[in-house]
Design a protein around this ligand. Sequence first.
Ligand SMILES: [Zn+2]
Length: 309
Amino acid sequence: MARKKKKVRQIETIIGIIVLFILTLGALQNGEIQNYFSKNKKIVNPITAEESQNVVLEGEDILQIHFFDVGQADSILLISDGKTMLIDAGNNEDGKLVVSNIKNLGITKLDYVVGTHPHEDHIGGLDDVISNFEIGTIYMPKVQTNTKTFEDVLDTISSKNLNITTPKQGNKFIVGKVECEIMLAPEVTKEVEENLNLSSIVIRASYKEQSYLFMADAEKENENARTWEQSNVLKIGHHGSDTSTSTTFLNQVLPQIAIISVGKDNSYNHPSQATLSKLSKLGTLVYRTDEKGNILIESDGIQNKVSFY
Ligand SMILES: [Zn+2]
């Protein structure tokens, strides 16, 4: 009889373990346990810009990403193997500056020009840029707006007999040696029309072991629309506003370096303390255009070198 009781107890224990296992799996799927662990994530020993000056980049195919200081706005130029992509062109008043920045680098053709969404601080200088360079593909969201800034961009595009391509999520294209993917290209809805930030085209560029995620002015809603792969460098969404950069998103991307494109003493109080403290908790190094001016990231695909000019 005693042996039988022992056996029953053993079976009960096994059933208990199985039930616990199933419950744990359920919780994992709910994301509760996942969130618990991800709250404690930390980037280990990222290399500072200063330390990166000692990094020796290997080979001839060095990727360059310039984050131009255009005040409270965005303008980013990626150069790889003689090919180029410009993501946004600052405010109207920044057009000439962006053009001269690009010309100073000896560039005459922009293979890809992305107007991430039709707010002035992103497409303001695009008409100047399109007038001054040979232009390949132009990516813009399908959403329309009735500002003069937007009309000026459309007029310049049609005066040069160019077309706008509306990208789709998942589209891939190559810039030199860099693979780019459209991570988000939101559909036009009433909500998107009312908040154009939500129409932001988001691009991820990868070069060998390194990856770069350009969030434009995407907000938390956009971040929640998909899952994200880890990326070494993150261009923070919406100038560091607390409308963007959720903890869940950051814990997926786990960036070693974050770039915030933001104006000195801007009236929006960007970047928000909340965003800065999340990045600091994670151990991400933050570089801001209002503090550093133009920011340049160079990479051989293995390591990144960060400098300012
Ligand atoms: Zn913006």
